[in-house]
Design a protein around this ligand. Structure first.
Ligand code: COS
Length: 396
């Protein structure tokens, strides 16, 4: 039986079919890759590659890229994919999502030649992609980046350090943002496609995080890329980054929903079985109150996520920045609360390593930080709301 939310009018039948197919695929074909044991640091990279390879072979990565002229992202499909995969396993979602974010600038702003060269291996699951925007001193404040791109003969010479790069170390290609020396803020930033084997690109360090995902700091030392590596126009990089995030922030919200729904499901199982004071945990009103709040929060956040995805897909000429920020903010914050309550209802078992809710507790945390922190989303929303304020005119 398909989940009730798929009946919502935001979706078309093709979305419903895809979500059901992917759910079945994840249960049958990815099951052996799930669980923290598979994600231990020594097998993490291989597991990630295998997830991407299987998703690609089954055709589930097509939605991550706009390959042909006239293709458009189907954000509802991206969201349902992330939500479904996250419900099964956080790393399934991560591996899927990076194929989209890591190539987002190429899909949105690349030439036909760049798209035909760099997207097919990513769609097929043969090549992993990465998005290299953040720097040690430029996370929320993208305009503070210091990595430079200097025009050099028939190409560009890149120098600088990028960090928190998902798929860093295992990606075959990176989209790197760098600025013309002497420029500041949003001005003078450009985006480049850099192959992992480009001379001068190296992995400075792998970063270990609470929910193991491949993450690294990248060093660019006189890394020369051809002029054809430039995405869009010189100096368009800040807008390219923001427009890419406008698409993918909503999908982070969807991933949070998947993690939150999994936590609720695990909790429902627990409260039926767990006996306290001679009764099942579910018999207590204090438990029922928590379940009510968890379900309410998830459904409310889902409406914001699906609204943003639906608007992006169907109101194509309208800005989406505010709705995308609301979707990410509401869903990631809500899922964190839901998962925290799940751990609470599991009691001591909730903090035992590798229990599903303990894994979710670690998985959800980064979603409130990456692709724009919750604090940044509030600023983005406020800016848009304040810009739209029109002072009431006195009558007459
Ligand atoms: N789409 C297109 N253009 C946009 C845009 C968007 N969503 N958001 C901003 N811009 C443009 C602005 O219109 C402005 O253009 P002009 O200079 O021509 O007026 C320019 O970009 C600068 O915008 P703004 O003044 O709002 O930039 P700020 O430096 O104040 O920063 C925030 C804006 C904080 C919102 C931005 O830096 C941000 O989103 N930070 C979080 C970054 C992030 O998500 N990091 C995670 C990396 S990926 S894991």
């Amino acid at each position: 039986m398909q989940p009730a939310f798929l009946d919502l009018p935001f979706f078309e039948d093709r979305h419903r079919r895809m979500a059901t197919d992917l759910d079945g695929f994840a249960a049958e074909q990815l099951h052996d890759l799930a669980g923290l044991d598979c994600h231990a640091e020594d097998t993490l990279d291989a597991t990630c590659r295998e997830i991407v390879s299987r998703l690609g072979a089954a055709g589930f990565l097509q939605v991550c890229c706009q390959l042909d002229e006239g293709d458009r992202f189907d954000v509802r499909r991206l969201c349902l994919s992330r939500e479904t995969l996250a419900r099964h396993d956080g790393l399934f979602d991560f591996a899927f999502a990076m194929q989209g974010l890591g190539t987002g600038p190429i899909s949105l702003f690349g030439t036909s030649r760049q798209r035909q060269e760099f997207l097919p291996p990513v769609i097929a699951g043969r090549q992993l992609a990465a998005f290299a925007l953040s720097e040690p001193d430029a996370g929320s404040d993208v305009g503070a980046m210091t990595t430079t791109a200097v025009s050099d003969g028939d190409g560009f010479r890149l120098n600088g350090t990028k960090t928190w790069i998902s798929n860093g170390g295992i990606a075959g290609q990176y989209v790197v943002f760098a600025r013309e020396p002497g420029t500041t803020g949003a001005q003078g930033i450009s985006a480049f496609i850099v192959r992992a084997d480009a001379p001068g690109l190296s992995i400075a360090e792998r970063i270990r995080v609470i929910a193991p995902h491949p993450l690294a700091t990248i060093s660019l030392e006189n890394c020369v890329v051809p002029r054809s590596a430039l995405i869009g126009e010189p100096g368009q990089g800040f807008a390219i980054a923001m427009k890419t995030l406008d698409v993918f922030r909503t999908t982070v919200g969807a991933a949070a929903l998947g993690l939150g729904r999994r936590a609720l499901n695990e909790t429902l199982g627990r409260i039926h079985e767990r006996q306290v004071f001679g009764r099942p945990l579910k018999a207590f009103q204090i438990t029922q109150g928590k379940i009510g709040e968890m379900a309410l929060g998830l459904d409310a956040a889902a409406l914001l996520v699906y609204r943003a995805a639906w608007k992006k897909d169907t109101r194509t000429s309208e800005p989406i920045t505010r709705e995308a920020a609301m979707a990410k903010l509401a869903a990631t914050e809500t899922a964190q609360k839901v998962i925290d309550e799940a751990v609470q209802l599991f009691g001591g078992m909730g903090v035992v390593c590798n229990m599903p809710v303990e894994v979710l507790y670690r998985e959800i945390r980064a979603l409130r930080i990456y692709e724009g922190t919750s604090e940044i989303q509030k600023l983005v929303i406020a800016k848009d709301v304040m810009n739209q304020y029109a002072k009431p005119q006195p009558p007459g």
